[in-house]
Design a protein around this ligand. Structure first.
Ligand SMILES: *[C@@H]1O[C@H](CO)[C@@H](O)[C@H](O)[C@H]1NC(C)=O
Ligand SMILES: *[C@@H]1O[C@H](CO)[C@@H](O)[C@H](O)[C@H]1NC(C)=O
Ligand SMILES: *[C@@H]1O[C@H](CO)[C@@H](O)[C@H](O)[C@H]1NC(C)=O
Length: 366
């Protein structure tokens, strides 16, 4: 019962009701087989949402050993490649939107046949917007490659449904979520030694401009492949994660200002980019997920959310703790499942402070 604080139980009940309501408002179109498909979730990004792709890569960025996944019910607690103790934000959002299966990792052998109609997950630990990001891990899928892979899936969906139904399904029933950018700072621009040269030739403004230029191109490609409903996360307060506190020997309520400044600079440009794309690409909706403010709120006021253990990571670098639902962070970089539940709740049902111009429940029913 540790998990079931009064607030969380209340939230769960509301979520169940909302899911039931959205099932009821679903109006079947097309043939019987397709009616069962409630929609798909195509997930792009980094280790915050990787659901196992890196298990199939020769990489230093892996989460295929215990205690990762210890609270992941669908696997009975065995590691799946998720960089947390349980579900990622991508998993939770998919569940709440009524999609029957977690989006299958693109590189998994079962990412074939009807499985792909519920969505596919292309995210990869260490990946970023820029190709060079994460090269210290030897291997990872950057965004350019993730979109090449979606192009492959796109053709498979054409084969499964027929071209015109497939287009309709992607445009109207699918949500494209993009959670990326942290590694472009942590595992590229801010890397000690490796990136000192890059920081001399590129100031924060030119570097974040380069990120935005690439992301514009990547999102436009997804639009060309019929993506219409997008949610793009901004970069969290990467100066305040436990990793920074350790390497920079900070006190509990201190953060690395340069890292947070870079994130805020990029985030402001991202917000403008999404507004422009929504205006310029007919029929598209780009939703901005304000992960920065959400995570900052959780880090600052964790007690209010029942996460009394604060930002001290739980496993797997330190000793595995029993009260995992009371920790904001699972490891020095990644939120715990309990934090992911709180974050996902705001993205699904929150107001424009955290998710704008609409929340994910509204995006889905557009
Ligand atoms: C596909 O395989 C992965 C990895 O073994 C598993 O986690 C997932 O549940 C499977 N997905 C489906 C739709 O069967
Ligand atoms: C990034 O890498 C991919 C695949 O290796 C390549 O297709 C793409 O052109 C590269 N992008 C840039 C900007 O170099
Ligand atoms: C998808 O792949 C086809 C080749 O199969 C290519 O012509 C097209 O440009 C690709 N689309 C995008 C958006 O990458």
């Amino acid at each position: 019962m540790a998990f079931c604080g009064v607030d969380l139980c209340g939230v769960k009940l509301i979520m169940v009701l909302l899911v039931v309501t959205s099932f009821m408002s679903f109006i079947p179109k097309g043939d019987a087989a397709d009616d069962k498909l409630l929609g798909a979730s195509f997930i792009f990004g980094d280790s915050l949402v990787d659901a196992g792709n890196n298990n199939y890569l020769n990489t230093l960025s892996k989460a295929d050993s215990t205690p990762n996944g210890i609270d992941f019910e669908a696997s009975g607690g065995t590691p799946t490649g998720r960089f947390t103790n349980g579900r990622t934000i991508g998993d939770i959002v998919g569940e709440e939107l009524g999609i029957p299966n977690y989006a299958t990792p693109f590189l998994a052998p079962n990412a074939t046949g009807k499985n792909i109609l519920y969505g596919v997950n292309y995210a990869s630990g260490g990946g970023g917007i820029l190709n060079a990001t994460g090269r210290i891990f030897v291997n990872r899928l950057g965004m350019d490659v993730q979109i090449d892979y979606f192009n492959i899936t796109r053709k498979q969906i054409d084969k499964l449904m027929g071209a015109s139904k497939a287009r309709d399904y992607i445009q109207k029933k699918s949500i494209m979520s993009i959670t990326v950018g942290s590694n472009d700072f942590l595992n590229n621009y801010l890397l000690p030694v490796v990136s000192v040269g890059a920081r001399i030739t590129q100031n924060p403004d030119t570097f974040t401009d380069e990120m935005i230029t690439h992301l514009r191109n990547q999102l436009t490609r997804l639009y060309q492949l019929d993506g219409r409903k997008f949610v793009v996360g901004n970069v969290g307060p990467i100066g305040c994660i436990p990793y920074q506190k350790t390497i920079n020997q900070l006190n509990e309520n201190e953060c690395v200002e340069l890292a947070d400044q870079l994130a805020r600079k990029y985030n402001a440009k991202l917000k403008d980019l999404l507004t422009q794309l929504s205006e310029n690409l007919p029929g598209s909706t780009f939703v901005y997920a304000n992960v920065y403010d959400l995570v900052m709120e959780l880090i600052t006021n964790y007690k209010k959310y029942g996460q009394y253990a604060g930002i001290i990571p739980c496993g797997p670098t330190s000793s595995l703790c029993q009260d995992r639902d009371k920790h904001v962070f699972w490891d020095p970089y990644h939120p715990s499942q309990a934090a992911n539940v709180l974050l996902a709740k705001q993205l699904l049902d929150g107001d424009t402070k955290y998710i704008s111009p609409m929340n994910l429940r509204q995006l889905r029913s557009l």
